[in-house]
Design a protein around this ligand. Sequence first.
Ligand SMILES: [Cu+2]
Length: 378
Amino acid sequence: MSDRRISRRKLLGAAAAVPAAVGLSSLASRGGLGGAPARADSAKGSSNGHAGHDFAHATFAPGRGVDHRANGFEPTELLRDFDYGKTRRLASGRLLREWEIVAQDREIEVAPGVKYEAWTYNGRVPGPTLRAREGDKLRIRFVNGSEHPHTIHFHGIHPALMDGMPGIGERQGGGQIEPGRGFTYEFDAMPFGVHLYHCHVAPLATHIARGLYGAFVVDPKGGRPEADEMVMVMNGFDTNFDLSNEVYAVNTVGFHYVNDPIEVRRDELVRIYLVNALEFDPVNSFHVHANFFQFYPTGTSPQPSEYTDTVIQGQAQRAILEMKFPFDGDYMFHGHISEFAELGWTGFFRVGNSSSLAPAAAAAAYCKLPWGGNGGAA
Ligand SMILES: [Cu+2]
């Protein structure tokens, strides 16, 4: 067992056993929360970082949430935000889709008061969900506006020069893209399925963990049945740069979908494009309560491989999940690695006009955040 594992276990233990502000300052002394000044005020007066039964008290991060406007993106909007690019029909009859993606260094807030010096595609984490149809011609203009070298490495099938790999294609202007430089990736959309893209510059774990990844969806030629579609990129944030994560989430903000449950309609097909972009931990998982889903690994087959309620994914594994909710109510979904769930990877679906969920209670029941917050639930 490495030291860094121990240090995070200590943090988790500390959050449950000592005043939250102490836990926070020990975090800060390890290098700070992403370089931002440590902010203990959200935990002020809390006698216990866990605070499971104190959710109604003013001591429990009252009204404190993530500043989505400052972040420049909002996880609920991001959920159903598919970017089809600028399209035009080529003389050959094929459809051309074009995007511009700019790498930018940007501070984002990943839990209330917890800032992180992210590296982003187009200012957001995850980057835009690029979506095409099998056989389309794709052209992605990449501009590196970051202070660090980057690439875009797409999963899919394409020529070596288009692979976003340092050391391959520098003489043709590709390979590793230095700050201020750019490159245009061009390839065909194949195979259909749910894929991802990410930076491939070393140290790879750092470049990915900083936020340089996004989902890449290729629809089959005949499309898929009508559904309420959404993208969930499972991720985490190493806010003190000790090579283990302090915050876990879907679409970046810990506990976001507790505070703002995902609204879906009863009996309507819900299709989730699930991508695991987590660094530092070998596996992640997705579990939904009180329901089962059809599981299509990588989305490359029209036939599901399993009917289940829990899936495990290694890094870069992805899948399509399809389900219907037959009953109104609030239904939890979370990483079934309990520690991840307690550190932010927990959310809810809201079916119908349910109001059975008390977000603060739900978050408090789970909360073991090292800084003693509750994910912003007031
Ligand atoms: Cu990079």
